[in-house]
Design a protein around this ligand. Structure first.
Ligand SMILES: *[C@@H]1O[C@H](CO)[C@@H](O)[C@H](O)[C@H]1NC(C)=O
Length: 821
């Protein structure tokens, strides 16, 4: 198994003070060992309703997935579920309680298939063994359906040693498999029914419509599926099954098939006499008319294991330990105002779904290194010179399991801001996996990380190819410098304290904040990664550099040429007439027509954030000269924001371009998120007179303030709500989160209790903060309560969730907003 790249570099500090947490992980484990063990196994295929693969096991990974449909209905096959699809229109799906280190509970309500599925995932205490419990009930027992659940698994590996074979199987549904993986070693897989009855009609002499098709037994088909096609398990299943059904119908005649035999007809068989292989389908068709439903377990045990999971009771105990662990830890960390049980469930579920989106991806990436973005040309550029590079690996969370099950550079920093509140070390492991992707030569990281065919299958062709001239807001650095800050603060404050008595009841949280509590570990990492981050920083600055030369005469005429720092002006490469995808706010209005000389205020602000992060890293590494250099650049950027981008007329920050006569600077001002960004990223000086204008901008109910949160674009803007209306009005949680955070930075009084003696600005800020926080929480909660999901954005007129459903990426920041301790 490939160790995490940093593993060998970090000191193995035994945290001897740790006692037994609820999950009882070995208390002597170092950060690395604990990471390896507790993060090896999880449902790391977030694109599936349920799919398991191990982390960092690349050559011969074990893969598992679950599918289901109602096979008592001749048209049931068209409603087979496998990959998460918004078009499936499930009433609900997702994790109610989940933590990748221990497991959790996923609930799926599928009315079309009359099925209420609960899937539990749990692990042994040392993390090497695991169990899945699949529990199903009919939503309406009267409907007389069948619940056909298909489990598939495969032991990949072209090494000639890896394999997975059935060794025991009986009609009671119990089956035993023996597996070998070069990386995982030897293991055993057990599938066992706990209760429920298979579909059968007692009035018929037999359920076996043709040899091998019998719904009253577990069907098992073993075959060989090439490694690269395992992810297509659903298509392979459908293809074999429809051939089989066709043959049955030809043989018997469609009319002659007794409806009681439909479930048998829609049961997989070895139609083509495939020889047994390492790929397996198990199909269990339960009678879905008993309210008690059915239940079965899938259990994985490494062969040389100390802690084998065997009985039904073992699984039940582990599950209750898991659920209890996550619930307790959540309650320890988040102080939700006493708003009631539903608010609590909402917050726990939303955080669980963000964590449930964490996946491990491995495969090749499509890169076009040939196409250059012509500065003069703003037509859609097709990336037609793709080559396959890699393979690469990425451990990341995803914005939405349904629609965006892959890594997004711009989203991930926001995910980390949320995750670090719950599990600091996990946020770090994810962040370092992203930093591993920084190219040694160029310093580039792709905007979307789409690894392998499985990930690619979810991406429209025109978005699959990445190009090293294209950037995206560098949110990861924002998150990483936040991590360093916290670790340093902890170090400083703990140095002042006397070590207290060792507490036996160490909280669950301690075990997952080793880095936060031992900053030395984090510093060692920072030291190692610093040269790479510097590459990345320089790549960004060079690739997005703006043509400020074009303004030379203009600035001279304005009398500010001497003051402007000419090396700090930026523009997003790759914008088109209507879109600026690299900025992350695709259709937010930009200067029209586009011009080579256009300078983007948000691009400059993001470079400011990168610089500030680099400065902090240099500071903690005691690189004094570097720190001073970054400080200078940061100051220059802050000055340039005002000198180049502040419009006194509009009283906000704006993009600029050359005016239509070609001899003046034109401010292109569209009030909204882009104009707020210098404030949201805390780049406006604390004593800036501009703060009061920004406050007014945010507080104006005819501008961008709304009862659902800050609107992406002002109601007064000519583009408000027009065309795709993606970033032209709807409320997005990520920028709202930054604005709330910035309010507490600029006006600390907003969170202090004092209401007396506030300046007019402080009062205004406080009022804004309180109502903004409440609006955001109430609206996201209301949507969840009514429709069961979080959304990508929220409508500017009604607050109704818009765009992608089950978007528990940065929308999950609502949990932070609700209150963390
Ligand atoms: C689904 O099943 C679970 C477990 O039995 C139960 O608690 C829940 O209420 C059911 N949900 C629906 C919508 O029937």
């Amino acid at each position: 198994m490939r160790l995490v790249a940093l593993a060998s570099l970090l000191l193995a500090v035994a945290v001897s003070a740790l006692g037994n947490s609820q999950q009882g992980f070995n208390s002597e484990l170092s950060f690395d060992e604990y990471t390896e063990q507790s993060l090896l196994w999880a449902p790391y295929r977030p694109n599936c309703y349920f799919g398991i693969r191990p982390r960092n096991v690349d050559q011969s990974p074990f893969m598992l997935g679950i599918m289901w449909f109602d096979n008592s209905d001749a048209s049931g096959l068209s409603r087979i579920r496998h990959f998460v699809e918004q078009g499936d229109k499930l009433q609900k799906y997702g994790w109610e309680v989940y933590d990748p280190r221990v497991g959790g509970r996923e609930v799926i309500i599928d009315e079309a298939n009359n099925l209420n599925l609960t899937i539990y995932f749990t692990k042994s205490h040392n993390g090497e063994n695991w169990a899945v419990r699949v529990h199903g009930e009919p939503l309406d027992p009267e409907r007389g359906s069948a619940a056909s659940v298909v489990v598939y698994f495969n032991q990949n590996g072209q090494d000639g040693q890896s394999r997975l074979k059935k060794i025991v199987g009986d009609d009671s549904g119990k089956m035993l498999f023996h597996g070998v993986s070069k990386e995982l070693g030897e293991y055993q897989l057990t599938v066992r029914d706990n209760f429920g009855s298979y579909y059968s009609d007692p009035g018929l002499p037999t359920m076996e419509i043709v040899p091998g098709c019998d719904s009253s037994k577990t069907a098992h088909l073993s075959m060989t599926v090439p490694d690269e096609n395992v992810w297509m398990a659903r298509d392979v299943f459908l293809s074999i099954l429809s051939d089989s059904v066709k043959q049955i119908v030809e043989e018997k005649g469609a009319e002659a098939v007794n409806p009681s035999l439909f479930p048998s007809t829609f049961t997989i068989r070895n139609l083509y006499d495939f020889p047994a292989g390492n790929f397996h389908y198990l199909q269990k068709s339960f009678d879905n008319s008993s309210p008690e439903g059915f239940e079965f377990d899938i259990i994985y045990n490494a062969l040389d294991t100390k802690e084998r999971i065997t009985s039904i009771g073992d699984v039940a105990n582990l599950i209750s330990g898991t659920i209890n662990h996550v619930e307790t830890k959540f309650a320890e960390l988040f102080a939700l105002e006493p708003k009631g049980e539903q608010y609590h469930s909402f917050a726990l579920e939303t955080l669980s779904n963000l964590l449930g989106g964490i996946g491990y991806f491995h495969g090749t990436q499509l890169v076009d290194r040939v196409t250059i973005f012509d500065d003069e040309q703003f037509e859609e550029v097709k990336l037609q010179h793709a080559t396959e590079e890699g393979p690469l690996s990425l451990f990341t969370s995803v914005p939405s399991r349904a629609f965006f099950p892959r890594g997004f550079y711009w989203d991930e920093g926001f995910h980390l801001l949320q995750i670090m509140e719950y599990d600091f070390d996990l946020a770090f492991v994810i962040c370092s996996s992203w930093f591993d992707l920084i190219e040694a030569d160029s310093g580039w990281i792709a905007r979307e990380v789409i690894l392998g065919d499985e990930a690619r299958s979810k991406v429209p062709e025109e978005f699959r190819v990445q190009n090293p001239n294209i950037a995206n807001p560098p949110t990861l650095l924002l998150a990483f410098s936040e991590m360093l800050d916290r670790a340093i603060k902890n170090q400083e404050s703990s140095a002042l304290e006397f070590p207290g008595p060792v507490d036996d009841e160490i909280t669950a949280q301690k075990q997952t904040s080793q880095l936060e509590n031992n900053p030395d570990l984090l510093l060692k990492y920072a030291e190692r990664i610093y040269p790479k981050l510097l590459k990345h920083y320089n790549w960004f600055k060079t690739s997005q550099k703006g043509l400020i030369e074009e303004y030379e005469e203009i600035l001279e005429d304005e009398g500010i040429l001497e003051k402007v720092h000419q090396e700090e002006a930026y523009t997003w490469r790759g914008r088109t007439i209507n879109h600026c995808l690299p900025s992350g706010m695709d259709d937010y209005p930009r200067p029209q027509p586009p011009d080579v000389a256009e300078l983007n205020v948000d691009a400059l602000a993001w470079v400011g954030i990168m610089t500030r992060s680099m400065r902090r890293i240099a500071h903690v590494l005691s690189l004094k000269d570097d720190e001073a250099e970054y400080q200078k650049i940061e100051n220059n950027i802050i000055e340039n924001l005002d000198l180049l981008h502040w419009s006194e007329e509009h009283r906000c920050y704006c993009d600029i371009t050359i005016d239509s006569l070609g001899d003046g600077r034109a401010f292109v001002c569209h009030e909204g998120y882009i104009s707020l960004l210098p404030f949201a990223l805390k780049l406006v000086p604390l004593d800036s007179p501009k703060l009061k204008h920004i406050l007014s901008l945010m507080s104006d109910p005819e501008g961008i303030f709304s009862e659902y949160g800050l609107l992406s674009l002002s109601r007064r803007d000519e583009y408000f709500g027009t065309a795709e209306n993606y970033w032209r009005g709807p409320v997005w949680l990520n920028i709202n989160y930054l604005c709330l955070d910035a309010l507490t930075y600029y006006f600390p009084a907003v969170v202090s209790g004092a209401a007396e003696g506030l300046s007019p600005e402080e009062s205004q800020a406080k009022q804004l903060f309180v109502s903004l926080k409440e609006s955001l929480v109430n609206n996201v909660f209301k949507n969840w309560e009514e429709r069961g999901y979080c959304y990508e954005s929220y409508d500017q007129y009604t607050g109704k969730g818009k765009g992608i459903e089950h978007f528990t990426g940065w929308t999950a920041l609502v949990v932070n907003i609700m209150g963390n301790k």
